[in-house]
Design a protein around this ligand. Structure first.
Ligand code: HEC
Length: 190
């Protein structure tokens, strides 16, 4: 009897340990989330300041110059590949989604249509690449009020012309409040 009781207790402890290991936060996902947080905060701060200074026409330069620069700086400092992507890109040359990103972005749209909150929406997966395993992470970016001046369906002719000058193949307009505008996309070789 005693032995069985002890065994049961040991099994219970083992089960608890396994369970907590499985549910423990993934350190890679936590690291990716922290990088996304820094990217989002830095960019939004600069965007809002530029919008206040000279409106959306002035702020286009922030998106054009600063978004890729912040991404490059974060990539260099963290060892992750850091970028932004979307199913309808503005900067298609740099931000077009690969097949895996397309699938995750389509899934984000499905999840939103099913009523899920876009703000915390994210997805992580370990994928096989030609060079071995890689940890990939995407975090959805909701369309906020401030985004509509440049990504909405009622863009002023002045702003539209400034966008068109730099991005003649722009697809990133016609979004509504709360739509998934795109995602931060990060990857790291394992
Ligand atoms: C002043 C105009 C402007 C505003 C406001 C603006 N954007 Fe953009 N957005 C741009 C430009 C220009 C680019 C292309 C940047 C580049 O060259 O990488 C861009 C690119 C993006 C991209 C990368 C994918 C792509 O389409 O190339 C995402 C994601 C994005 N914007 C989301 C947002 C969100 C979310 C907001 C609101 C918080 C916002 N933007 C506000 C002008 C703007």
């Amino acid at each position: 009897m005693k032995l069985i009781a002890r065994l049961t207790a040991a099994t219970a402890i083992l089960a608890t340990t396994t369970l907590s290991a499985e549910t423990a936060p993934n350190p890679n996902a936590a690291e990716a989330k922290a990088i996304v947080q820094e990217f989002a905060t830095t960019l939004q701060g600069e965007l809002q300041a530029a919008m206040k200074d000279g409106g959306p026409t002035n702020a286009i330069a922030v998106c054009y110059d600063r978004a890729p620069a912040i991404a490059a700086d974060l990539s260099e400092r963290s060892g992750w590949e850091v970028g932004r992507t979307s199913l309808k890109t503005r900067n298609t040359a740099d931000n077009a989604p690969d097949a895996w990103e397309q699938k995750v972005l389509a899934d984000f749209d499905t999840r939103r249509a099913a009523g899920e909150d876009v703000q915390p929406m994210a997805y992580a997966e370990v994928v096989e690449t030609a060079d071995g395993k890689s940890f990939r992470f995407m975090k959805a970016i909701p369309t906020a009020e401030v985004c509509l001046a440049c990504h909405g369906s009622d863009i002023t002719p002045e702003v539209a012309a400034a966008i068109d000058e730099r991005y003649p193949e722009d697809m990133a307009h016609g979004y509504g409040l709360g739509d998934v505008r795109g995602a931060f996309s990060l990857s790291k070789p394992l």
